[in-house]
Design a protein. Structure first.
Length: 145
């Protein structure tokens, strides 16, 4: 039997019993600090990205802060927040290819320091093109403030 690969839209809809908040264990505290960590659901990250208005941008760390605040946790998980922003971007590209006009504005999500994300649909060139279309200046694969 052949394995049927999930679409990006299906991956976005698969909450995997998330969101979840847990206490940061002693062995993890050196890396993450003390307190609690919120692991968002993929659709939560997508919803946060949808709130980024035209002409604005946010970093994955900004999304993490919003996740932590929403769940009253010390931090938002950096790994899953990054992965779920990537999934949201590709799900939006699927939607756009299917003819949908209102898609998640994934190009407004930057890496730390304003860097563009080569893993987003179309790579850095496509993210730069979309950001420039909204009036942003891009130099050396980075948003110029």
């Amino acid at each position: 039997m052949a394995y049927k690969r999930k679409t990006w839209r299906e991956k976005l809809a698969d909450d995997k019993s998330l969101p979840r908040v847990f206490k940061i264990q002693p062995r993890q505290q050196k890396r993450w600090g003390k307190g609690t960590m919120a692991i968002p659901a993929p659709r939560e990250v997508d919803a946060l990205i949808r709130k980024i208005r035209k002409g604005r941008t946010a970093t994955v760390n900004d999304l993490r802060i919003a996740v932590a605040k929403k769940h009253r946790a010390t931090i938002g998980c950096p790994i899953t927040t990054g992965i779920f922003s990537w999934i949201a971007a590709h799900a939006a590209a699927e939607d756009e290819a299917a003819g949908k006009k209102r898609i998640t504005p994934w190009w407004r999500v930057l890496k730390e320091g304003g860097k563009l994300n080569p893993k987003f649909p179309g790579g850095i060139a496509e993210q730069a093109r979309r950001l420039r279309a909204e009036g942003h200046t891009i130099e050396k694969e980075r948003l110029v403030a």
